[in-house]
Design a protein around this ligand. Structure first.
Ligand code: BG6
Length: 600
């Protein structure tokens, strides 16, 4: 991850690509690069740090070409360095690639290619893609770039966006989208065409955009484009005219910002893990947290304090910190905590979770805690905000700007941040073994794909929304690590639709709220196959006994639940620590569809 820009036409691609990358700077990155084809050769410039470094490099060693690709990178595999920055070139020097996403099976593919004699220049998963394309072109497709790219794409696990160029066919570039690692937009120009991960990058040049769907591949020349599925079926893609006003421009192909931000979550979690999780070794690097072994061992308590959605994120975080790091953790409403005369000492960490970093109650609560000797950490999205500036240690969400009223990608990334902090704490406190670290890192690498898979159920969720959009009351239920997701689901529905909703830990249902259940109050229950599955089934039975209509969020392949619930929304099977992050996506989608009426 993070930003992709490509150009093919009659102008010099380099300034266009660099300007496009500049417009994506807001997404954050740690290195950048650009490649062109000129006189049959691939020319590359890459550097770490800000784009200005890359610009300086291009100025001192100019390159030019009428086809070019560029990238800004948040490191996911391998440190931020020139060697690991995109674009990456194949060993035989024929192909060059930029890529957003995580190749989950890159180790397996790397081993396979290494055994065939391929040598690697970088530590990235991206290099596996370009080497595999070159390998297919050489051994299986007789140099056919389109077929080699298609065969490679079919072998990649995970959600990806890829742009590839070949020095022998400088009249075309290929863009591929697999899953929901973020979008791929084609910008249609006059005698020139563009590709970008985000439309602001190319909006200055064209307002005509095509958005690739999951598993689509576009072959783009200066004056044509052909889109097909990875199975080879032609795609008749719609051209969207992006309006001139900045709101429509920012929203792109989506009906509203909440929908856009829901769909950005797979990419946001990739960005938040970028440079922080070593998916091979299991190491977690959180530089700005200022956490060392001595501090990790000294911490006796974590107090999470936050408001609204961020508070519910903290309720999930409590499970991470207690289970993985074995640290006693409390979660407090900031608006209450600041007036509570809390008991704290220098071995307590007060952790503020805040998207904006400026919520007054949260800032006041941590200020109060610090006065009493506690240390302060923050998980924050807004760079430079008070919660970041004043903390002893912080982790940025890297979710990008959140415009929709209801927090979606900031909530998701704050969960990932807390999971990373808990893993790091556990590693330093010795509560997590080296094998477990590798296991969890590999689980984390699957997150973008898992979230993306839920979003692919949009049509099924739309059908459900048509049934339920007129109801006035909803009950959300969950257990264990997923009960905060029930509370968050209810909050989201209330906040953006003004529909009454309650969220409860399902075990509490019998202690009062069960009296509310009838055929007018649908129950949304998270009933994935974890340790508490049977308990959830029994609670679904209780709701049914009161004539409740039950919509269950269940694990793919669970057919038993169909005999218990009226409707089932499936999510992929996953480790239970990831389940709150993934389950929420299905709630968000149904809520956003109910609110926007986009099924009508
Ligand atoms: C509230 C918003 O005002 O602030 C909630 O309505 C939000 O949606 C809460 O979750 C906390 O905001 P922040 O920026 O501190 O995470």
């Amino acid at each position: 991850m993070c930003g992709i820009v490509g150009y093919i036409g009659h102008r010099n691609a380099v300034p266009l690509v660099l300007d496009g990358l500049q417009r994506l700077e807001y997404r954050g990155y740690d290195s950048a690069g650009v490649a062109v084809i000129h006189e049959g050769q691939i020319k590359i410039r890459r550097d770490v740090g800000k784009l200005i470094n890359l610009r300086n490099k291009v100025e001192s060693g100019p390159i030019e070409g009428t086809i070019g690709i560029g990238h800004t990178r948040w490191a996911t595999h391998g440190e931020p360095s020139e060697r690991n920055a995109h674009p990456h070139v194949s060993m035989n020097g024929d192909f060059v690639v930029v890529h957003n996403g995580i190749v989950e099976n890159y180790l397996e593919l790397k081993r396979e290619l290494t055994s065939e004699g391929v040598t690697f220049e970088s530590d990235t998963d991206t290099e596996v893609i370009v080497q595999l394309i070159a390998h297919h072109a050489q051994h299986h497709t007789n140099g056919d770039m389109v077929e080699a790219t298609r065969q490679t794409a079919l072998r990649l696990r995970g959600a990806q966006a890829i742009v590839v160029v070949n020095k022998h066919t400088p009249d075309r570039l290929i863009a591929v989208r697999i899953g929901n690692a973020g979008g791929v937009a084609l910008g249609i120009g006059n005698g020139e065409n563009f590709v970008a991960s985000d439309i602001p990058a190319i909006l200055e040049y064209t307002r005509k955009m095509i958005f690739l769907d999951h598993a689509d591949m576009a072959v783009v020349t200066a004056d044509s484009y052909h889109i097909q599925t990875l199975q080879g079926e032609p795609v008749d893609a719609e051209i969207h005219e992006i309006d001139w006003d900045s709101v429509s421009a920012g929203r792109g192909e989506f009906q509203h910002f909440m929908q856009k931000e829901i769909f950005e979550q797979a990419r946001a979690v990739t960005d938040t893990m970028g440079g922080r999780v070593d998916f091979e070794k299991g190491d977690i690097l959180l530089k700005e947290l200022n956490l060392d072994e001595a501090l990790a061992k000294r911490i006796s308590k974590i107090v999470i304090t936050a408001c609204g959605t961020s508070y519910y994120s903290g309720l999930v975080g409590k499970f991470f910190f207690e289970q993985l790091a074995r640290v006693n953790t409390e979660v407090e409403y900031a608006s209450e905590y600041r007036y509570r005369n809390p008991i704290l000492d220098e071995n307590t960490i007060v952790l503020a979770i805040t998207q904006s970093g400026e919520t007054a109650d949260t800032l006041a609560a941590v200020a109060e805690a610090r006065k009493r000797g506690a240390m302060m950490w923050s998980v924050v999205n807004a760079i430079g905000s008070a919660a970041m500036r004043t903390a002893d240690g912080y982790v940025l969400m890297n979710a990008g700007p959140e415009i929709g009223v209801a927090s979606t990608k900031a909530f998701t990334t704050s969960l990932v941040n807390q999971l990373m902090i808990a893993l790091r704490l556990g590693q330093l406190r010795g509560t997590i073994s080296a094998e477990q670290s590798v296991f969890f890192a590999q689980q984390l690498s699957q997150l973008p794909r898992l979230i993306g898979q839920v979003l692919e159920f949009e049509d099924q969720i739309k059908a459900l929304a048509t049934v339920f959009h007129n109801y006035k009351d909803f009950l959300f239920l969950g257990r264990g690590i997923n009960y905060p997701i029930a509370l968050e689901g209810a909050l989201k529905l209330k906040e953006i639709s003004y529909i009454h909703a309650e969220g409860y830990p399902a075990g509490e249902m019998k202690h009062g709220p069960i009296a509310l259940i009838d055929e007018d109050m649908p129950v949304l229950a998270i009933a994935i196959q974890d340790d508490l599955y049977e308990k959830m089934i029994s609670q679904i039975e209780q709701a049914k006994a009161r004539n409740g209509i039950v919509i269950a969020v269940a694990t793919e392949g669970d057919t038993f639940i169909q005999s218990k619930a009226d409707h089932v929304l499936y999510v992929p099977a996953m480790n239970s620590f990831l389940s709150p992050i993934v389950s929420l996506a299905s709630f968000e989608l149904i809520i956003s569809i109910i609110v926007s009426g986009s099924f009508l």
